[in-house]
Design a protein around this ligand. Structure first.
Ligand SMILES: C=C(OP(=O)(O)O)C(=O)O
Ligand SMILES: [Mg+2]
Length: 546
């Protein structure tokens, strides 16, 4: 047994056998030329057949959509056209077999993308098959989440958002990553799925002999063992009593809302008593889409997410593509620093047509579902950008427009921004990343991305004051809102709504009801004046007790 530590980002304790997520394969090199091209070419068909056989085997063990997808992918692996094209590349250009498969498959994927529509959706499957055949030829594990034969603790460098969205909470007991921070999307999705998770665990990838692990998502400890460990899932936390109306003990309202990214999230959130949705991350619906979905497709997808909240307020965020959440149909090309690049609303300046079609779909979905819809833009930096966005929202027939405050410049310009829009919502995840110049995905910088950092709280204070002066709502929808102790401090800074993953809703609602607004204001002032995040926590605890 040895003990590693990281940052606990999703609560609960679980243990079981380790399953590793293999890393993406580097592009296979075009050299050295094979000594015997005929023998090299002859390796391709058996490798492709082996991959097809594995995929047909998996298909035989599942039902429904998963079966159909696996069978289609298996058939692609055995496609004679792909194999013969790769064989010709070995014979004609003296390429090593892995490189030949890579190039042949890319040619097919490009042709599918050019065909558009349903065909384009298949391009991603061809790439999956390509990587599997290349891995087979190289004798290495194919990239991505492996097929789990039973409940397991998943160990990875980090997960792509699309990988995490597909995780089966019945089979994944816990998640441990070497990279990732407390506000990375791996952390957010692990919490949404209720899977204990520890990120930024230095050394877990190097522990190649670990076969079992015990994970504590509260303390951030991971015990690894070279002996088998019996599978034990996390126990569900005891339900917290909450009235379902967000208010401080003296009746000051602070709405308690949910963050959602799918219809399943929305159903779970309604069950916790959330008063509405403070952040619908629409890009989560399209992480795997290779083409822009039609207005009708988007309308139906959004309506499915919104319907459980009929009659309640819902804030839909327009696509936040780029950086850690790339969308294939809004690819801005290779950027030297994607987090500082063309992402969020900046993509809409280049492609306003995509924004307008999304707004049309949102208006339709609001009508279909009967929610009180508001729309907000991510990554707004200036009042001019906010005004540009609000004009487009209103032109689409939608009444309430807001923006996220997640760039320090926007926080410092809240008064001017609020003159142009109806509300703001603070994205503390990105705001912390930008104010500390600390990538939210980098485990080593997790401390700087702690939402209790006084420098972050001081920016929130500016936003809260501007909202109060103008009498306009100020929400928080970053992970800070999910910390019950910080929730009161945020209310004390003037925040009027808090939005979080469904699992945190009752605890935050109960925490708000625990003290009058004056106590939260006092705790907020104490935290603002603290020199460090640890001292800010202590200062708030000293006022609120605990
Ligand atoms: C809520 C936020 O947006 P996301 O996590 O989707 O970037 C944020 O940045 O705090
Ligand atoms: Mg953000």
């Amino acid at each position: 047994m040895s003990r590693l530590t990281g940052v606990g980002v999703s609560s609960g304790r679980a243990s079981g056998p380790v399953a590793r997520v293999a890393e993406a394969l580097p592009e296979p090199p075009a050299t050295p030329a094979p000594e015997d091209p005929a023998a090299e070419a002859a390796r391709i068909r058996p490798a492709a057949d082996a991959v097809a056989e594995q995929l047909f085997g998996r298909a035989a063990r599942v039902e429904g959509d998963a079966k159909a997808v696996l069978e289609t992918t298996a058939a692609m692996a055995a496609d004679p056209a792909l194999i013969s094209q790769a064989e010709q590349l070995v014979a004609g250009r003296s390429l090593p077999a892995p490189r030949a498969v890579h190039e042949a498959a890319n040619g097919f994927a490009d042709a599918l993308r050019a065909a558009g529509g349903y065909m384009a959706e298949r391009a991603r499957d061809v790439q999956d098959v390509r990587d599997r055949i290349v891995a087979e030829l190289l004798g290495v594990t194919p990239p991505g989440v492996p097929e789990l034969s039973g409940p397991s603790v998943l160990v990875a460098r980090d997960l792509a958002p699309a990988d995490t969205a597909d995780l089966d909470p019945d089979l994944v007991l816990a998640l441990v990553t070497e990279e990732g921070g407390p506000t990375s999307h791996t952390a957010i999705l692990a919490r949404a799925l209720g899977i204990p998770a520890v990120v930024a665990v230095r050394g877990v990838l190097a522990a190649t002999d670990a076969v079992g692990a015990s994970v504590d998502g509260d303390t951030g400890t991971v015990e690894i063992s070279d002996q088998p460990v019996t599978a034990r899932a996390a126990e569900r936390a005891a339900a917290v009593e909450w009235s379902g109306t967000g208010t401080t003990a003296d009746g000051h309202p602070v709405k308690v809302l949910a963050n959602v990214g799918s219809a399943a999230d929305a159903r779970a959130a309604v069950g916790t008593g959330a008063q509405g949705v403070g952040l619908f991350r629409t890009e989560f619906c399209y992480l795997a889409a290779s083409d822009e979905p039609s207005v009708e497709t988007q309308r139906a997808a959004y309506a499915e997410v919104l319907t459980p909240f009929a009659g309640k307020p819902v804030v839909v965020r327009t696509l936040d593509a780029g950086a850690d959440k790339p969308l294939a149909f809004l690819d801005m090309g290779v950027e030297p620093n994607p987090a500082l690049g063309v992402r969020g609303v900046r993509v809409s300046f280049d492609r306003p047509d995509v924004l307008d079609r999304q707004l049309e779909a949102i208006a339709g979905a609001a009508a279909d579902s009967g929610v009180e819809v508001s729309v907000m833009a991510p990554m707004v930096a200036t009042a001019d950008e906010a005004a540009w966005f609000a004009a487009r929202v209103r032109a689409a027939g939608l009444q309430r427009a807001g923006v996220m405050i997640e760039v320090p410049a926007a926080a410092l310009s809240t008064a001017e921004i609020l003159a142009a829009v109806d509300f703001v919502s603070i994205g503390t995840n990105d705001l912390a990343q930008y104010v500390f110049a600390a990538d939210r995905m980098t485990g080593a910088l997790a401390e700087l991305n702690d939402p209790w950092q006084p420098a972050l709280l001081r920016l929130l204070d500016i936003v809260g004051r501007a909202g109060a002066e103008l009498g306009k709502p100020v929400g928080v929808c970053g992970e800070a809102a999910a910390d019950p102790r910080l929730a009161g401090v945020l209310a004390g800074l003037g925040v009027t709504s808090l939005s979080m993953g469904a699992s945190a809703v009752p605890a935050v609602g109960a925490a708000l009801a625990g003290h009058p607004l004056a106590a939260f204001r006092q705790a907020a002032q104490a935290a603002l004046a603290a020199p460090t995040s640890a001292r800010a926590r202590e200062a708030a605890n000293a006022v609120l007790g605990g």
